[in-house]
Write a protein that binds this ligand. Structure first.
Ligand code: ADP
Ligand code: MG
Length: 332
């Protein structure tokens, strides 16, 4: 009974979120890795939409703290299951929406695993970005009788606040580490019958580790890198908090990352954040701050997601028809 009511509420909530185009948040818990010493997970309990963490007293009352998200994936969730809940969002890029998916979490929590997959990629283990691309190609092929699609791909790296498209600078002959990159896909669909054009896009971003930089003792170039990484993450945090407070000025221009994501965060996009946590007790401080950040992100209400439609072809054709009719009328 109660469980069903909860489930129904959650469905309704997700539908409303879909209409509003708010930022969806999915939480994923990494399993303990083989070869790690045995320890007890910080995750006390989870279900499809909530997670409870066992915490030292300083982080929460009664040593437990709960968080609610649009979806929670436990340590045994497969890549296929994760993708199944991401697919509808990805497909809306073909319908003219801007879609943005980013992975957040401390180093080692599973961001690259979700977005790209593990080192040895198999059909089962590939992550969201390969699955998303092949899904877009599959659906565009299925629709080819009615819509002609043009799909272009960029692989963007933001490194020390410099933006590079790796496919342009280095070609396709390298296997890139997806961290620091985002994969950007532009989709242009032209409805053959009406000539109407839809322009969608998809950003897939594997963010840098969210752990506080002062902990890692880095010097020289590595320090510069760490500071830049920190800058884009803190700029992202600032953008999120001014969006959640509905401020009229949103500081997108403070980093290359937020400039790049402006379209996706600015209102008319469909945005999903995968927040990753590690189960180890020594990570509990980062886990709690990650989940708190994620909770803040989930309160951001964007405007209704909007389709990028372009009727200029239709307009042009209508004008031509009107001109021809006028010319005919003059001749008669
Ligand atoms: P991050 O990108 O956040 O630094 P990784 O994705 O590299 O973390 O994950 C760290 C390690 O944990 C990798 O060896 C990865 O394959 C493994 N791992 C992460 N998530 C999972 C998962 N859901 N199932 C199995 N192994 C995982
Ligand atoms: Mg990574």
């Amino acid at each position: 009974g109660y469980q069903r009511v909860l489930e129904e509420n959650r469905k309704l909530y997700n539908q409303v979120q879909d209409l509003k185009g708010s930022i969806r948040v999915y939480c994923r818990v990494r399993p303990f890795l083989p070869g790690q010493p045995n320890s007890v997970s910080t995750v006390d309990w989870l279900d499809e939409g909530s997670i409870t963490i066992n915490t030292p007293a300083k982080y929460g009352k009664d040593g437990r703290k709960s968080f609610t998200f649009n979806k929670v994936f436990g340590p045994s969730a497969t890549q296929e299951e994760v993708f199944a809940d991401t697919q509808p969002l990805i497909r809306s890029a073909l319908d003219g929406y801007n879609v943005c998916i980013f992975a957040y979490g401390q180093t080692g929590s599973g961001k690259t695993h979700t977005m790209t997959g593990p080192k040895e990629l198999t059909q089962e283990s590939v992550g969201v970005n390969y699955r998303a691309l092949s899904d877009l190609f599959l659906i565009s092929e299925q629709r080819k009788e009615t819509i002609s699609y043009l799909i272009s791909v960029q692989m963007i790296e933001i490194y020390n606040e410099q933006v590079r498209d790796l496919l342009v600078t280095d070609g396709l002959n390298k296997r890139y580490p997806f961290e620091r990159n985002c994969l950007t896909v532009h989709v242009q669909g032209r409805e053959l019958a009406s000539g109407m054009t839809l322009r969608g896009s998809m950003h897939l971003v594997d963010l840098a580790g969210s752990e506080r930089v002062d902990k890692s003792e880095v010097v020289g170039d590595r320090l510069k890198e760490a500071q830049h990484i920190n800058k884009s993450l803190s700029a992202l945090g600032d953008v999120i908090s001014s969006l959640s407070q509905k401020n009229s000025h949103v500081p997108y221009r403070n980093s290359k990352l937020t400039q790049l994501l402006q379209d996706s965060l600015g209102g008319q996009a469909k945005t999903l954040m995968f927040v990753h946590i590690s189960p180890e007790p020594d990570a509990v401080g980062e886990t709690i701050s990650t989940l708190k950040f994620a909770e803040r992100v989930s309160t951001v209400e964007l405007g209704a997601a909007r389709i990028n439609k372009d009727n200029s072809d239709v307009k042009e054709l209508k004008e031509q028809i009107a001109n021809l009719k006028a010319a005919l009328a003059r001749k008669e």
